[in-house]
Design a protein around this ligand. Structure first.
Ligand SMILES: CC(C)(COP(=O)(O)OP(=O)(O)OC[C@H]1O[C@@H](n2cnc3c(N)ncnc32)[C@H](O)[C@@H]1OP(=O)(O)O)[C@@H](O)C(=O)NCCC(=O)NCCS
Length: 194
């Protein structure tokens, strides 16, 4: 599986560079620690990365998940014309992949300095297209996305990528402290922007 998913891309827009999605690697640990120095990220994402050792463990977990075939995490960077891969601007993940199961889950975050220019929706769109294509033979037909109900920015990303609101989810502290929104997109769904 790893051979066909080393890299994904998302096209540039009128105001933002193209995106490159590739597996996290150990050398990203220092950047990951810096990106997590952000209150919003710590607030909305249940996994905390507090120091270099924690970042290394988190990256190792992503590698193990990929090897086991149940979790496919991608570091997102903006492509720079001069030097190719630029600085890290986010993360997208396909998770809870189970052989034979019809559904799996997606997640994402964007670096604080890169928010508001469509990084998460473009990366999520690339991930979604890849996931449905790569796992069609395993019966994957539905992707789910869960966010806290008051995370309006995440709700916008879901809707922009055609993940319709499916149901309300009860709080489950401490990992999920307030009511949530479960969004879902079917493999045949037409993407709705706006
Ligand atoms: C939610 C998040 C991933 C959106 O990523 P993004 O790359 O900024 O996505 P977009 O550019 O499409 O912006 C989405 C919404 O964020 C809000 N937004 C816009 N600029 C913003 C900025 N500078 N800072 C924060 N939010 C901003 C807007 O409501 C926007 O919706 P709009 O396009 O309808 O105006 C990002 O805000 C984030 O990483 N938040 C912290 C972690 C998180 O919540 N992850 C999701 C957990 S379920």
């Amino acid at each position: 599986m790893d051979g066909i998913i080393t890299r994904l891309t998302a096209a540039a827009t009128a105001s933002a560079p193209a995106l490159l999605l590739r597996p996290w690697r150990p050398a990203d640990a220092a950047d990951l620690v810096s990106l997590y120095q952000d209150e919003a990220l710590r607030r909305w994402v249940s996994t905390g990365v507090h120091d270099r050792a924690g970042a290394a463990r988190w990256i190792q977990d992503q590698q193990r998940g990929r090897e086991a075939g149940h979790r496919f995490a991608f570091a997102v960077s903006e492509v720079q014309a001069a030097c190719g891969e630029g600085e890290l601007v986010g993360h997208v993940v396909l998770k809870n992949v189970t052989p034979g199961a019809s559904s799996a889950e997606v997640g994402y975050w964007t670096a604080a300095h890169a928010r508001g220019r469509g990084v998460a929706p473009r990366a999520l769109e690339a991930l979604t297209d890849w996931a449905f294509a790569a796992f069609a033979g395993d019966g994957l037909t539905r992707l789910e996305l869960l966010h806290q109900a008051d995370n309006t920015a995440s709700c916008r990303v879901a809707r922009k990528c055609g993940y319709a609101l499916s149901s309300l989810v009860a709080a489950a502290p401490p990992a999920f402290p307030r009511e949530g929104h479960l969004h879902a997109r079917a493999s045949h769904a037409v993407q709705v922007r706006g």
